[in-house]
Design a protein around this ligand. Sequence first.
Ligand code: 13P
Ligand code: SF4
Length: 301
Amino acid sequence: MTIQEEIQKLKIARNALILAHNYQPAEIQDVADIVGDSLELAIKAAGATEPVLVICGVRFMAETAKLLSPEKTVLLPAPDAGCPLSDFLTPEMVHEARGKYPGAAVVVYVNSSVEVKAAADITCTSANAAAVVRSLDAETILFGPDANLASFVQKQMPEKRIIPLPPGGHCYVHCAFTEDQIREARSKGWRIVCHPECPPKIQADSDLIASTGGMVQHACECDEWFICTERDMGYRLKKLHPDRQFHVDPEAICKDMKKTTIEDLHRSLRDGIHEVKIPDEIAVPARKAVEAMMAVLEKSA
Ligand code: 13P
Ligand code: SF4
């Protein structure tokens, strides 16, 4: 039996659902039940009927699933898969900023630790950041840890003051895209889409700014794209639309997203290992922030 067949057998035996992020290696995407962006994974995890959720992605995704489904067993096959962007912000920084800006609301990107979520008013993803900020009465918004996503939201909402927390929080994968790459793509007549974690200059020169789920939704709008995000997004898009061309930067690799191997997934399912646990004193306030985001989503549906 192949390892893929064994995974399918174990999945049925354990009544588990395998959820994978769009940046996961091809062989993980291929065995997953659901592949999506952070918001799609959170929604599917919250609505799942299976008692076991296996999250192939990075830690904050598994923690978000656990917050939304505390009664479920949530497994993270690669327990050391973190997100360097999330490390930019600490709960202490949030508390200090609250002291400096009384009355401001605190919005944190899901790419943050569970302790930071516990210190926030509400979370957001790249797919709903503007809707979340718009839903708040506060005029001043402390927004972290991604300063480029903060700037993306600010451009859409000049009536609010968005303060990036910290000012330089960024993702090293998305900040590596250059204007030369954009010029070259443009000269070839490709349409350009970038993730809102890309720097403002790259955002300004792109045809579309979208979450990875948004890239899936818009993929069939043209024949040939340059995709400014992690390279395995190209695998996801090509699988969905074999008739289109998706050009990626082969060097745009999120090292943490590549930590999940097919063997890790098999072991985690077989032995029930690497379960995500969050102490109640952190889980209760962090859940409030994630549920506030889900409520915005329900209202706009
Ligand atoms: P998406 O929610 O758009 O998939 O983004 C997650 C992420 O980590 C981007 O680097
Ligand atoms: Fe974090 Fe960047 Fe990797 Fe996304 S691509 S998980 S933001 S390091």
